[in-house]
Design a binder for this molecule. Structure first.
Ligand code: PLP
Length: 394
């Protein structure tokens, strides 16, 4: 059974064009791009082309692109570099809803003597910009704020936040792993100093990422080794993946319109139908400022994992906003930071679409999901109590 894949914020399928571009670099053109011979040299030319393709997608110049192994490495490299470049400053500003690639690193740094401010968000997952301004101090070494949230799709005003950081001479990093390829980005017009992206979220393979480093920004390498990436990231280049990511970047640029029309319409239709058909369901996150492909919906009085298991029987893939840790279902840190009540947060599901989804797939989910929720609610003592309460009020 071909899955109905609505979990593209977790990872995405490698585009056929990307696969095709990568294949020769495994068995025909396998030279080391750093070699003196022309067999390796021709590979270096292709890496240069990939750097240009990434630059074009981001509004950056090719020298500002550093290839890494993933989004997590890029996030770690950016934050480590900022702290190493400003050794007298000991304060980090970030948010409560960052991905663990930033959040867990910052929590670790807090145990090493750095002061950490995690900005709160409101019930819609939005930042309070006045609170942000107040958090910045002369001791702040770096601000790291995500461009778009992986669970809710909420988009932060990072361009404005970067401008404010620049006025105070503070380095600004954004984790744009979920934003790149889904919404237009033009770094040339911003004050963003560093940006992270990850190949596997935009139809390139897993294990390849980019750290954008604005020209002139002080940098201290995270991976110290060979002279690759102009001494900014040691390690022999992952040639096939870099070339694949270049093609994926070009495709993303071409398909940006489809992402913001066709994909957005599919997402909106799915969301609207669910809210109309299924009582006590609610969208989490600011619908006015959101990625076009993501919806996070809570179904009151059911558990997300139950929904996932029953959808899985029909081949429908999505994610839940709660994770089973040490036997108890814990709502995610994002939904908790938004103050979503437990009865809602437990039953939250993230659907994240891509250009490869179809109208028929969305119809199928709209048909199968309501009876799944009914089945689970019929087994939920909390739902029965709430239903009888409603009947008493009528
Ligand atoms: N940042 C965000 C917002 C993400 O969604 C993810 C992955 O889910 C990452 C960072 C980590 O990226 P990678 O899996 O490439 O390490």
């Amino acid at each position: 059974m071909k899955p109905i894949y609505l979990d593209n914020n977790a990872t995405s399928q490698v585009a056929p064009e990307v696969m095709e571009a990568m294949l020769p670099y495994f068995h025909e053109l396998y030279g080391n791009p750093s070699s003196m011979h022309s067999f390796g040299g021709q590979v270096m030319k292709q890496i240069r082309k990939a750097r240009e393709q990434l630059g074009a997608l981001l509004g950056a110049s090719p020298e500002e692109i550093i290839f890494t192994s993933c989004g997590t490495e890029s996030d770690n490299a950016a934050i480590h570099s900022a702290l190493a470049s400003c050794p007298d400053k000991r304060h980090i500003v970030t948010s409560r809803v960052e991905h663990p690639a930033v959040r867990a690193l910052c929590a670790h740094l807090a145990t090493q003597g750095y002061r950490l401010t995690e900005l709160p968000v409101d019930g819609e997952g939005r930042l309070d910009m006045e609170h942000y301004k107040r958090a910045l101090t002369p001791d702040t070494a770096i601000v790291s704020l995500m461009w778009a949230n992986n669970e809710t799709g909420v988009v932060f005003p990072v361009e404005k936040a970067a401008e404010i950081a620049r006025e105070r001479h503070i380095l600004f990093h954004t984790d744009a792993v979920q934003a790149v390829g889904k919404i237009p980005i033009n770094l040339a017009n911003t004050h963003i100093d560093m940006l992270s992206l990850s190949g596997h979220k935009l139809h390139a393979p897993k294990g390849i990422g980019v750290l954008y480093l604005r020209k002139g920004t002080k940098f201290s390498p995270f991976l110290i080794g060979g002279h690759q990436e102009r001494g900014r990231r040691g390690g022999t280049e992952a040639t096939p993946s870099i070339i694949g990511l270049g093609v994926a970047a070009e495709l993303a640029q071409k398909k940006m319109d489809i992402e913001n029309t066709f994909v957005k319409e599919l997402r909106d239709r799915l969301e609207k139908s669910i809210l109309e058909i299924i009582p006590n369901s609610k969208v989490n996150g600011d619908r006015a400022s959101r990625l076009p492909n993501t919806t996070n919906i809570s179904f009151e009085f059911v558990e997300g994992e139950g929904i996932l298991l029953l959808m899985d029987e029909y081949g429908i893939c999505a994610s839940s906003g709660s994770a089973c840790t040490s036997g108890s279902l814990q709502p995610s840190h994002v939904l908790r930071a938004m103050g979503i009540p437990f009865t809602m947060a437990h039953g939250s599901i993230r659907f994240s679409l891509s250009v490869y989804n179809t109208d028929e797939e969305i119809d199928f989910v709209i048909e199968k999901l309501p009876p799944i929720i009914d089945t689970l609610r019929s087994m939920s003592p909390y739902w029965k109590v709430s239903e009888s309460r409603v009947r008493c009020q009528e």
